[in-house]
Design a binder for this molecule. Structure first.
Ligand SMILES: O=C1O[C@H](COP(=O)(O)O)[C@@H](O)[C@H](O)[C@H]1O
Length: 222
């Protein structure tokens, strides 16, 4: 599959462009009149996008929320990806509890938490929002990790180099199988990783070949 050409925008246009893309993706996924699923990422880039997405007029009662990854911390911890989504998107929209499927990163038995999450994931996700770290990681799939070879498991507990170390993450078969996937990348710190992905290097982020990339000029090296 050939990678779609990245969409490069001015820094101030990144958030509105990404929120618009997600609105269109959700609209497509909801077009049949049924429910749709979206998996959210954490990190620094996504919060402002979620805030803007929360202002969009969509039939939110038909959207089910999942997570691409979670740090192994309680859900009210400042590092929690769930907390970020809760504060910027889920609470502002008044999303019902039963529509939100968070990864239970706080559980002592992380493998059991990963297996329980596998049991509630839909067979295919309609929309996935992803970020990319400066090392090319996405969700909690880090370069060189053995979990990148995973073919069967859909969710894994992993240890990564970025604090907090323990994480739960969707695996590549799930992320690369999503119907629509978006990477949002900003800042000069990501420039080298972007260059490596676009040059065809085998970084975790590069493995989600169907994804659309929206980035600002600094990340694109322009
Ligand atoms: O640790 C994480 O990092 C990635 C990238 O975050 P960013 O702040 O560099 O955009 C994020 O996508 C992931 O959900 C998060 O757990």
């Amino acid at each position: 599959m050939s990678r779609p050409a990245p969409i490069v925008v001015e820094a101030e246009a990144l958030v509105p462009r990404a929120a618009e893309w997600l609105t269109e993706a959700l609209t497509r996924a909801l077009a049949g009149g049924g429910r749709c699923s979206i998996a959210l990422s954490g990190g620094k880039t996504t919060g402002p996008i979620y805030r803007q997405l929360a202002g969009k007029d969509l039939p939110w009662e038909r959207v089910d929320f999942y997570f691409a990854d979670e740090r192994c911390v309680p859900p009210d911890h400042p590092e929690s990806n769930y907390l970020l989504a809760e504060e910027t998107l889920l609470r502002p929209l008044g999303i019902k509890r039963e529509q939100v499927h968070r990864m239970e990163g706080e559980r002592e038995d992380r493998d059991a938490a990963a297996r329980d999450y596998e049991a509630l994931l839909p067979p295919v996700l309609d929309v996935v929002v992803l970020g990319m770290g400066e090392d090319g990681h996405t969700a909690s799939l880090f370069p060189g990790g053995s979990e990148l070879q995973e073919k069967e498991r859909r969710v894994l507990a992993v240890v990564g180099p970025k604090p907090p170390p323990w994480r739960l993450t969707l695996t590549l078969p799930v992320l690369s199988g999503a119907r629509q996937a978006l990477f949002v990348v900003s800042g000069a710190g990501k420039r080298d990783a972007v260059r490596r992905v676009l040059a065809g290097e085998d970084l975790p982020s590069a493995r989600i070949a169907q994804a659309v990339w929206i980035m600002d000029r600094a990340a694109a090296g322009q």
